[in-house]
Write a protein that binds this ligand. Sequence first.
Ligand SMILES: CC(C)(COP(=O)(O)OP(=O)(O)OC[C@H]1O[C@@H](n2cnc3c(N)ncnc32)[C@H](O)[C@@H]1OP(=O)(O)O)[C@@H](O)C(=O)NCCC(=O)NCCS
Length: 137
Amino acid sequence: MNTKTDDEDLLDNKDARGDLVIRTLAMPSDTNPNGDIFGGWVLSQMDIAGGIATKRLAKGRTVTIAVDAMTFHLPVFVGDVLCCYAEIIKVGRTSIQTKIEAWAVRQYHTERVKVTEGIFTYVATTEDRVPRNVEQK
Ligand SMILES: CC(C)(COP(=O)(O)OP(=O)(O)OC[C@H]1O[C@@H](n2cnc3c(N)ncnc32)[C@H](O)[C@@H]1OP(=O)(O)O)[C@@H](O)C(=O)NCCC(=O)NCCS
C-alpha cells in the first residue's frame, strides 16, 4: 500500500541534485517591492541549507566564504514551498564547496520548478573562528 501523502510525493524530486535540507514556505513578509519573493531571502535559505550540510560533514562550525555562479532562473511567489537541496562537490583542506539548488512547489499546484542554483563555499573553523582542517574533529 502506498502510504505516501501527495505532499511527500512532491518531495520525491528525482530531478534535483543533492539531499533535501530545507523546506519552507514563502511568506508575504519575504517579498520585494514588485510583490515577488526577494532574491536575498531565497539566497539566505540556500546559505542556511549549505550551512546545515557542511556543519554535518565538518562536525562543527562552518562559515560561508564565497557564493559563486548564482542564477535566478524563475521567480518565487508568495505561498510557494521552497525546497533547498545540497550536494557536496569538493572537500579541500579547510573548505567545502557545495552545490545548492532551490526548487519551488507552486501554491495549489503539483508543479515543481528549479528557481535558483549556486555554488556556496564554506570554511570549517574552530570556536575562535580560525580555519581548521575539515577532517580534524
Ligand atoms: C572564513 C575565514 C575564517 C577564512 O579565513 P582566511 O584566513 O581567509 O582563510 P584562508 O585564506 O586560509 O582560506 C580558507 C579556505 O577558503 C578557501 N577560499 C578562500 N577564499 C575563497 C574564495 N573566494 N572562494 C572559494 N574558496 C576560498 C581557501 O582556498 C581555503 O581552502 P582550503 O583550506 O580548502 O584550501 C575568514 O575569511 C572569515 O572569517 N570570513 C568571514 C566569514 C563570514 O562572516 N561569513 C558570513 C557569515 S557565515
